[in-house]
Design a protein around this ligand. Structure first.
Ligand code: CDP
Ligand code: MG
Length: 142
C-alpha cells in the first residue's frame, strides 16, 4: 500500500549542512517528496508536536533542541513508507542504529539524531496535518 510519512530534518542536520545528503538518500531509497518546507519552531510548537513525550525526563531538552534552529519537515510517499523510512533512519540512539542508517552515519547522540519519522499510520496522518495543509502537498508524483 502506498503510504505517506512525516520526516523532519532536525536542527542538527541543518546546522551540519547535511540537508542535501539526507534528501539524496531518501530519493535513492525510492521516496517521493510530496511536501517540504523550512521552518524554525518556537518552543510551544515543538512541545506540542512532541506532546506524547511530555512526561519523559528528556522532554525539556528535546523541546529546546528542536527549537534551536531551522528544521525541514517533509512528507514522503512510497509503498510501505512508514516502516521503510524507519529502516533507513535507524534506531533512536545512533550507538544502537544499524550500519548504513542515517542516524548511524551522521547523528551525534540519542537526542541530536538528525531526523524524525512517524511511527505508525495514525501518527503519520496527525503529524503530516500538523505541518502541512492539503494545498501544500503535491498529488500524482508517480
Ligand atoms: O525519533 P524516534 O521515534 O526514534 O524516538 P522517540 O522515542 O519517539 O523520541 C523522540 C525524540 O526524542 C528522539 O528522536 C530524540 O531526539 C529524543 N529522545 C531523547 O532525547 N532521549 C531519549 N532517551 C529518547 C528520545
Ligand atoms: Mg517517535
Amino acid at each position: 500500500m502506498v503510504q505517506r510519512t512525516l520526516a523532519i530534518l532536525k536542527p542538527d542536520c541543518v546546522r551540519k549542512n547535511l540537508i542535501g545528503k539526507v534528501i539524496k538518500r531518501f530519493e535513492a531509497e525510492g521516496f517521493k517528496i510530496i511536501g517540504m518546507k523550512l521552518v524554525k519552531l518556537d518552543s510551544n510548537t515543538a512541545g506540542e508536536f512532541y506532546a506524547v513525550h511530555k512526561d519523559k525526563p528528556f522532554f525539556y531538552d528535546l523541546v529546546s533542541f528542536m527549537s534551536s534552529g531551522p528544521c525541514v519537515p517533509m512528507v514522503l510517499e512510497k509503498e510501505n513508507a512508514i516502516e521503510d523510512y524507519r529502516k533507513v533512519i535507524g534506531a533512536t540512539d545512533p550507538g544502537k542504529a544499524d550500519e548504513g542508517t542515517i542516524r548511524k552515519m551522521y547523528a551525534d547522540s540519542k537526542e541530536q539524531n538528525m531526523v524524525h519519522g512517524s511511527d505508525a499510520p495514525d501518527t503519520a496522518e496527525y503529524e503530516i496535518k500538523y505541518f502541512f495543509s492539503s494545498k501544500e502537498l503535491v498529488e500524482n508524483m508517480g
